[in-house]
Design a protein around this ligand. Structure first.
Ligand code: ZN
Length: 155
């Protein structure tokens, strides 16, 4: 399939999802023009705030290929991703991202994620989310165990 055909599939999923009780977002992960996995936004249907189309599609593609590393694959998403999904796309090591709608289009229909992008740029103490370091000397023990482990799978 061409990149336009793959994006049309993502767009089609986003449109269908509106009729199926989800948000207007769809995504496709493909490798060499072949669809590996598709996904839609299922936040309200699944009671899962992380069930954005991109995250759902990454989970499905990784499960199908049996790997956490999606190098060699590309993602086609009907909308420019939120910070969580953008992070997931980096973690999944996808080669390239194509998006249909942009952040402004999403903001215009009530899906404004700019506040998260703004928060990320701030120091933790300056964010709206109260946060504080707690039990650091106990938490660091897991990191020490990880450092000493010889047979770990680096990722
Ligand atoms: Zn997202």
């Amino acid at each position: 399939m061409t990149k336009e055909e793959l994006m049309r599939k993502a767009i089609e999923l986003s449109t269908e999802n509106v009729a199926n009780g989800g948000g207007p977002f769809g995504a496709v992960i493909a490798r060499n023009g072949e669809i590996i996995a598709t996904g839609t936004n299922r936040v309200t249907a699944s009671c899962d705030p992380t069930a954005h189309a991109e995250v759902s599609t990454i989970r499905a593609a990784a499960a199908k290929l049996g790997t956490f590393d999606l190098s060699g694959c590309e993602i086609y998403t009907s909308c420019e991703p939120c910070p969580m999904c953008l992070g997931a796309i980096y973690w999944a090591r996808l080669d390239k991202m194509y998006y249909g709608n942009n952040k402004t289009d999403a903001k215009n229909i009530g899906f404004d994620d700019s506040f998260i992008y703004d928060e990320i740029a701030l120091k933790p103490a300056d964010r709206k989310l109260p946060s504080e370091i707690l039990l650091h000397n106990e938490a660091i023990k897991a990191f020490e165990a990880w450092t000493k482990k010889d047979d770990k799978i680096a990722y």
